[in-house]
Ligand binder design. Structure first.
Ligand code: SAH
Length: 258
């Protein structure tokens, strides 16, 4: 039995990788994260696949499922939402599998923030505006280290993507308005890739109202950044005067365009 941690993508079944699809369709056992993995993804599994919903299971319970299949032949898929490297809790499962000498492999997925950026039709890094994207969250049951508090990260003025935090818009405002000002654009993306996907746009100073008016309390990402304001410098990558490995500058560019 080999365990595959598979990133399920944000919800749209077509955003599952081909590798993930192949593994799911041949899986003997699947454990999936109930609340955020769409049932449609599981429809590729065979009738014989044993399917467990991890919502409500403790790590020990998940571990005992792994242990009960240890030594068997076959494919065991542990399906995580988005990409498993982000807020996925795979590290402790990896450590358990290593201790038990159970073979495993990680298959990445499309993270919800990438799918949301696509829905927003927005590049998150723009020349002259921001060249960094900070993926973070507010403290919840899992604490954020003090040195990474939003009020500190905000000093960078980089593009910020907040996971697991849409239920506390006032706190986001309190921590970020001192750095970004109240009129910096924000976008809230609820359940990207699902039939009820909702996008709400506005300014940081009205984030609490935007979220409340639209009754968004969970399963959403909050984007904050000047990249959404539409002013930027054209990318150097496609500038004829910019030389890089695949292009040799003006002269050649001119020849190509003739
Ligand atoms: N590993 C996942 C994140 C899991 S943490 C990923 O890469 O996307 C769960 C949080 O992710 C949610 O609270 C929400 O902030 C975000 N999230 C996950 N799926 C989402 C979706 N389809 N739409 C919007 N936000 C989503």
């Amino acid at each position: 039995m080999k365990v595959y941690f598979v990133g399920a993508g944000p919800g749209d079944p077509e955003l599952l990788t081909m590798k993930g699809h192949r593994l799911l369709s041949t899986a003997d056992v699947v454990i999936y994260t109930g609340s955020l993995v769409p049932a449609a993804l599981l429809s590729v599994c065979s009738e014989e696949t044993a399917i467990f919903n991890s919502a409500g299971m403790t790590l020990d319970e998940v571990s005992s499922v792994y242990r009960s299949y240890k030594g068997n032949e076959g494919v065991f898929v542990r399906l995580h939402t988005g990409d498993p490297s982000i807020y996925g809790a795979i590290q402790e499962q990896i450590d358990f599998l290593r201790e038990e000498n159970i073979e495993f492999e990680i298959v990445p997925g499309v993270s919800s923030f990438q799918a949301a950026a696509a829905s927003l039709e927005q590049q998150l890094t723009l020349a002259g505006v921001s060249q960094s994207v900070i993926l973070t969250r507010l403290s919840g049951r899992t604490k954020v280290p003090e040195s990474e508090d939003l009020s500190i990260l905000g000093k960078s003025k980089a593009t910020i993507v907040l996971f697991l935090s849409v239920d506390r818009p006032e706190l986001i405002m309190e921590k970020l308005i001192p750095h970004y000002g109240s009129s910096v654009p924000v976008a809230v993306v609820y359940r990207v890739g699902w039939p009820d996907e909702t996008i709400v746009r506005g300014e940081l100073g009205e984030l609490d109202k935007l979220v409340k008016d639209n009754k968004i309390t969970r399963q959403a990402l909050v984007f904050i950044g000047y990249v959404f304001s539409g002013n930027y410098e054209k990318s150097k990558l496609y500038n004829p005067g910019f030389t890089h490995g695949y292009r040799e500058g003006n002269e050649k560019e001119e020849r190509i365009s003739m």
